[in-house]
Structure formats: C-alpha cells, structure tokens
Write a new protein. Structure first.
Length: 202
C-alpha cells in the first residue's frame, strides 16, 4: 500500500511539474535563425531574446494542443524597430506586424496539433543590439472562437478550399494581407448566386 501511494504521489507531482513547465518565461538559445533550430514555445509563455547582429533572426516553434484564436504580442526595446511574424511550416506568413517601435499584437486561428513559428527580426540595418532585449507574450488559446471551415494557407487558387452548391462556409480575415480562396466546380452551365455575410462593423 505504501509503495502504491508513493507511486501515485510521485506520478501526480511529475504531471503537475510538467504542466507548469508548459507556460513559463523562456530565453532564446542560439542558433535559432531557422525553423529547424527554433526554440519551443507554449501558450501562455513569455519569450525573451535579442537581435544581436545584422543577420540575426529568432524563431520559436509552437504546436497548440487546442484549436482556436492565438494572440502573440511583441514589445521591443526603445528606439529599435522589429518585425513580428507567425509563419507556417513552409515559412509562409499567416499573420504579421512590421516596423514596430511599440508593442503590437497579431492573432491567428490555429489548429490543434499543427506547428507554427513565431519569428522576430529587425526592420532596418541598424536595429540590432546584443544588450537590448525584446519580449514576446504568447496568449492562451481562445477556444470560444467560431468554428472555421477554411484551411490556411488558402491565399492562392492552387490552395483554395472546396465549396459545394447550397453550402455555407465560415472563414476569417486573419491579417491585413490575408486572402481566402474557395473553389466551386459546377456540373452544368447557369447563373450562380453567392452571398457574403461579414462581421458587424467591418
């Protein structure tokens, strides 16, 4: 009985520590210029790093366990201009904020089990320093977000999502550069009526 109780307590403690470790303050470890060298990040983390040279790029990899809206905020050092990106595994930008001199937040509807990359780099040649750090705050997943039918990236016709006659699909404009493409394949000629309902005030 004592061994069983001890084992259960040890297991509970290990699980508790593992859970706590997911949301934490994390400092970058170089090299992390490429997606293959990206440091790990989790929802709720605070990430810290420096853009220490003209060629420095910092990459963080996050694989959410839940689907929903993910917000990422960057606060850079005073007087420096940085770029913040959320990219897919191919390096395509899903959301971005560029030439930032103040704190800025980007958001994107992520899919559970899919890897995304948070990328920070400089905006101009002189915006680097090995002693001036930036902070990236990774928000928790907002699972209350409306269900999404589109699959990003779908900015081009070749990556368009299929839609059938009589169907209703839901999507989001995730950034100022976002474009959503849908593919319709009619089996006969005729007139097609398409209705769009956007969010209030947009």
């Amino acid at each position: 009985m004592k061994k069983t109780v001890s084992l259960l307590l040890a297991l509970a403690l290990a699980l508790s520590l593992a859970t706590v470790a997911f949301a934490a303050d994390r400092t970058e470890a170089e090299p992390n210029n490429r997606r293959s060298d990206a440091g790990s990040a989790y929802a709720g983390d605070v990430l810290k790093g420096t853009i220490s040279s003209a060629s420095d790029i910092d990459c963080w990899k996050i694989t959410p366990s839940e689907s929903g809206s993910l917000s990422v905020s960057l606060t850079g050092p005073t007087g420096y201009f940085y770029n913040l990106w959320l990219q897919d595994s191919n390096g395509d930008a899903l959301a971005k904020a560029t030439n930032l001199s103040t704190s800025k937040t980007i958001s994107y509807n992520v899919t559970a089990g899919t890897s995304y990359y948070i990328v920070v780099n400089k905006s101009s040649k002189s915006d680097f320093s090995d002693s001036k750090s930036y902070t990236v705050s990774v928000g928790t997943i907002n699972t209350a977000s409306k269900a999404v039918d589109e699959s990003e990236p779908n900015d081009r016709r070749v990556t368009a999502d299929a839609i059938g006659f009589g169907a209703s699909k839901t999507g989001y404009m995730n950034s100022s550069s976002d474009i959503d493409c849908w593919k319709l394949a009619p089996d006969k000629s005729g007139k097609v009526t398409i209705n769009l309902s956007g969010p209030t005030g947009k």
